[in-house]
Design a binder for this molecule. Sequence first.
Ligand code: DGT
Ligand code: CA
Ligand code: CA
Ligand code: ZN
Length: 578
Amino acid sequence: MSANDEVAALLEEFAMLLDAQGVDYKPRAYERAAESIRDHTADVEALAGEGADTVAEIDDVGDAISEKVVEYIEAGEIAELEELRAKLPVEIEALTSVEGVGPRTVGRLYEELGVQTLNDLEAAAEAGEIQELRGFGEKTEQNILEGIPFAREAHERQLLGEARPQGERVRDYLADNEAVSRCALAGSIRRWKPTIGDVDVLVGSDAPDVVVEAFTDYPEASTVIEAGSTKASIRVGDVRVDLRVVASREFGAALQYFTGSKDHNVAVRNRALDRGLKINEYGVFDVSELEEADDQRAGERVGGETEREMYEAVGMAWVPPELREDRGEVAAAAADDLPALVETGDVRGDLHTHTEWSDGANTIEEMAIGAADFGHEYVCITDHATGPGMVGGVGLSDTEIREQIAAIREVDEEGEIDVLAGVEANIAADGSVSVEDSVLGELDLVVASPHAGLDGDGTDRLVEAARHPEVDIIGHPTGRQLNQREGMEVDIERLGAVAAETGTALEINANPTRLDLGGRLVQRALEQGATVAVDTDAHRPSSYGLVRYGVHVARRGWAEGGDVLNTQPLSEVRSFLS
Ligand code: DGT
Ligand code: CA
Ligand code: CA
Ligand code: ZN
């Protein structure tokens, strides 16, 4: 974990503990500082070395917080945080990951029932103790009980957006080692699953002991969990990284095997068996002449050095890892009918971004420059409109939207890329949209997103919004937040068909905490003829780079370039919008 992530996590805990004790305002300041430090490009440890004043130059970091940051870097702990922890000795992060349980609830449950852990919470709910408390009904207690398994699982899985950069750094570090002939990520992280259990790294080498030693010496490792002759596991920040070292000539076989998914591998193995072939982590073997094949490497070896060879040996095209979920890819690869998947480099612009006009961190101009620097041809500014679900009054009124349109037009004329005027309107529970039609009509693009009431079936609500003539994109359609909230259920066939019919794009929100829609829903929406838009929902320029996570979700949904609205040149985008 980088120093920035580490400090941000502590400040978030600080915020939650303050909130749990009923403190007003201050928690929000700590949260904002945490967010800003996490996204800050310079290393906070280095800044702290120059003193608290330097740390305070980071946006949203005031004097009190910057001093605590310096205290942490110098002393390894923050005295006031230690006091808070002593006063409220609870697993606050785990408890608040239960849907409907916020820091204040945690504070009360501790005071009144002594709840410290998820197990305590479960026991209290099962005993019916929670519904006895003032302000908690039977329904609340039931919801808490139902949310516990999800929260438990969430605690064991990491967001891809956190794990992927860690995994890539480990991979690059190993690839530099002379004993390493080939090196790749495997497992769910190679398939770009939105959450991952652990990071799998595979190395091809003829000197495994050297590789294992380099791996356990990885400077960012906090613990060596285990180390053997060809396998080892370390902990880097919150993620566990598993290394396997194999002979170089068996690298392709091992990579195919350890990439998974298990279901994909089973389907490929069955196909091999039908052809008198045996496929495993060591290679593909012709076993048709063998009486019995008790040795894993028995039979005539027909492939294993590269992954491509593995698939070719069983009469298939190479399958991109994102498709390896046993959702039709084996048959498609056998028929040489795989999609030509969209790539990050195909994306030409971002159609969902925020500025300081609502809850973003930067000006319109800064967001435009950031998009140009990232390589985009166009960007659409879509600040929040006011409406239910918009906490803290961040949304723009209809008058303010009109003012902002004028401001965007100015930046558009002066800047080097095209800047579109949009809005992110709220989709109410009945599917209506929070902004006057006449105002919507003046905008280039309207994103409409659900922000509250995100449980139960959301199909009618989203279908209604998609039918609105001014709505162009349905933003983060299910409202899910990975590891926190499952989001609404959606009959995707119906929504996809309406989206196709009305020319409304469905968003793949590329923010790693959302990745909404997910791959399975994208695949089925595309089957209905719908178009998707891969947008970052950037609140600052540094977030444009997150687009790759959304593109890989699109790939997990079998999307080709033409299925994604913002791979098109602006002229095509405009004709889709009109
Ligand atoms: P994760 O880590 O839970 O996000 O998911 P994976 O897919 O990375 O699973 P992991 O780390 O347990 O194992 C990596 C890959 O190794 C997995 O995708 C497929 C392969 N694999 C592991 N164990 C088995 C097994 O018992 N049978 C088969 N066929 N494949 C396995
Ligand atoms: Ca894994
Ligand atoms: Ca693993
Ligand atoms: Zn947004």
